[in-house]
Design a protein around this ligand. Structure first.
Ligand code: UTP
Length: 297
């Protein structure tokens, strides 16, 4: 079995309805946590994990993502002409070049589901297993994808999903839940997963979050996958279908995950990073003190 993960797929074609009206003109993946857009955190994580090719599955209405991600030589030249050399260098450092960085954009013309978005990347993926990163799942700490790639190479699994343990009563019904057959430290063996089960039906408390390493067969599974929940081609359905044949593993990542597709998660991520920032931490403290101080009569 070929185990080298060379491609990362970034599905960024969704409508981002939970963040309307902010996402009417600005793609969700460009919403910033403090000063860094979500997509940038995801790219940094993939680069740190040694990914060779990045495939962005976008939508024609979200061209701002491409403008953010790719190098903009004119903007850099303009900044330099205005004496802002450092800023120009910083932008160049963060941006991708199509050749040097092997970054590709492809379009999903209709948001037919996450599984369909991954299938749209099929022709662009390099041989071997692929990584999928959902940029609205922000994972801080040790790079989650890097940890997973290491664990994947040592595992027997064809598909691997990132998991975190959630409280049964309140949370299992919000996630895909892994059917765990064996737990060995961070690595879980599984024989399937169930989408958003009621607490009593949940096969475990291991919730699947937005990092995946998928064997090449995923593309064939997706191509023949019937629409599932919401009439969409669901990635979890295709992974679950191939679980027996391919072998499925969960990986309990070490970092902290924020659901930045929701307002609450975005706020938590912002507060978390602000608390660690020497410039912003005092602002946070001052604000918190103001909130608890009794109002003047
Ligand atoms: P989400 O379901 O969180 O994103 O998909 P969404 O549909 O854009 O958001 P809401 O629920 O309406 O607020 C997770 C990731 O998958 C992408 C999204 O862009 C996001 O990065 N996605 C989702 C696609 O690329 N295509 C799709 O058809 C659906």
């Amino acid at each position: 079995m070929r185990k080298t993960v060379r491609t990362a797929i970034f599905p960024v074609a969704g409508m981002g309805t939970r963040f309307l009206p902010a996402t009417k003109a600005t793609p969700k993946e460009l919403l910033p946590v403090i000063d860094t857009p979500l997509i940038q955190y995801a790219i940094d994580e993939a680069q740190a994990a040694g990914i060779e090719r990045m495939v962005f599955v976008s939508h024609p209405s979200k061209s701002a993502i491409e403008r953010h991600v790719m190098d903009d030589a004119k903007l850099r030249a303009d900044l330099r002409a205005r004496g802002k050399r450092d800023l120009a260098d910083e932008l160049q450092e963060a941006a991708l070049c199509p050749e040097a960085d092997d970054a590709v954009f492809t379009m999903q013309h209709e948001p037919l589901g996450l599984g369909h978005a991954v299938l749209c990347a099929r022709e662009q993926a390099l041989p071997g297993p692929v990584a999928v990163i959902l940029p609205d799942d922000l994972i801080l700490g040790k790079g989650c994808l890097g940890e997973m790639i290491e664990a994947y190479a040592a595992s027997q699994a064809g598909h691997m999903v990132a998991t975190m343990t959630v409280p049964r009563e309140e949370e299992t019904k919000k996630y895909g839940i892994l059917s765990v057959t064996e737990a060995r430290g961070r690595l879980l063996r599984a024989d399937g997963m169930v989408e958003k089960p009621d607490p009593e039906a949940a096969p475990s408390r291991e919730a699947v979050v937005g990092r995946y390493i998928l064997g090449e067969s995923i593309f064939e599974s997706l191509a023949t996958q019937e629409p599932g929940a919401g009439g969409e081609i669901q990635l979890t359905d295709a992974i679950a279908r191939g679980a027996q044949r391919e072998g499925l593993a969960g990986f309990r990542f070490s970092g902290t995950r924020f659901d930045c597709g929701s307002k609450a998660g975005m706020l938590q991520a912002t507060l978390h990073l602000a608390a660690q920032d020497p410039e912003l931490a005092p602002v946070l403290e001052e604000h918190a003190a103001m909130c608890v101080a009794p109002r003047a009569a």
